[in-house]
Design a protein around this ligand. Structure first.
Ligand SMILES: Nc1ncnc2c1ncn2[C@@H]1O[C@H](COP(=O)(O)OP(=O)(O)OP(=O)(O)O)[C@@H](O)[C@H]1O
Length: 234
């Protein structure tokens, strides 16, 4: 299995002196391409910090990150931005949609600057919103808005989709619908999906589960069998 990301002795410290917070303390991890990987850990264990560094939104204090054979830690800001634009998509807990734009227009914001985008309608079809392309966010439910955010993230055909608590603001039925979409994006489009969550039950649908504690990898587990998104309970 080809590797999407490799980190070596990654550290991240926020602040300095007595107020320094050691968010990551020597992380060595490999994320295989084409998998759904779930990162679990207590609040403050460093999950979001690691996700943001892998996605090129933030930089480590020390250590290296490779995306395939591209060393992200060597890139200047302009090249790191290009890496993000070409290779990765992000989905956050709060959907960050533009309220004055329709679903289609929200997706177009990304497809207009992407190199090899899908048509916005196609991305909205993948997430099951073909009939809602001309609706504004206020006319959509929370789960539907999150699906627009996923459509926006996948429309540029990223190799990796980073999701930080993508179901955190959703009830269980709506959350399952969103997980179904993430499962589809992995199975149908072949994107690596890297998801941070507090909901341990979501780990059952992953190929691989990474547990963090105190800024370090505590355990990496490969699921012998996976459950379907519809079976996830929380
Ligand atoms: N910008 C920042 N400035 C200072 N400290 C920060 C910053 N971002 C994160 N931290 C600290 O780094 C540690 C790790 O934070 P991180 O958000 O990565 O944890 P997490 O596991 O994602 O937590 P949660 O599940 O609560 O989102 C925490 O102690 C947090 O307070």
């Amino acid at each position: 299995m080809p590797v999407a990301f490799t980190t070596r002795d990654l550290t991240k410290t926020y602040g300095e002196g007595r107020s320094a917070v050691h968010a990551l303390r020597g992380v060595d991890v490999e994320i295989p391409a084409g998998e759904i990987v779930v990162m679990l850990g207590a609040s403050g264990s460093g999950k979001s910090t690691l996700l943001n560094i892998l996605g090129g939104l933030d930089r480590p204090s020390s250590g290296t990150v490779h995306f395939r054979d591209l060393c992200l830690t060597d890139l200047n800001d302009a090249r790191l931005t290009r890496f993000r634009r070409q290779h990765v998509g992000f989905v956050f807990q709060f959907y960050n949609l533009m309220p004055s734009l329709t679903a289609r227009e929200n997706v177009e914001l990304v497809t207009e600057i992407a190199e090899n985008p899908m048509a916005p309608e196609e991305a909205l079809e993948v997430v099951g919103l073909k009939q809602r392309v001309d609706h504004f966010p206020s006319q959509l439910s929370g789960g539907e808005q999150q699906r627009v955010a996923i459509a926006r993230a996948i429309a540029k055909q990223p190799e990796v989709l980073f999701c930080d608590e993508p179901t955190g603001a959703l009830d269980s039925a709506t959350g399952r619908a969103v997980l179904e979409v993430l499962h589809e994006v992995n199975a149908r489009l072949g994107a690596t999906v890297l998801m941070v969550t507090h909901a341990a039950n979501i780990a059952g649908m992953a190929h691989r589960v990474i547990r963090l504690a105190d800024g370090q990898i505590r355990e990496v587990e490969v699921n012998a069998t996976r459950i379907a998104p519809a079976e996830v309970v929380w």
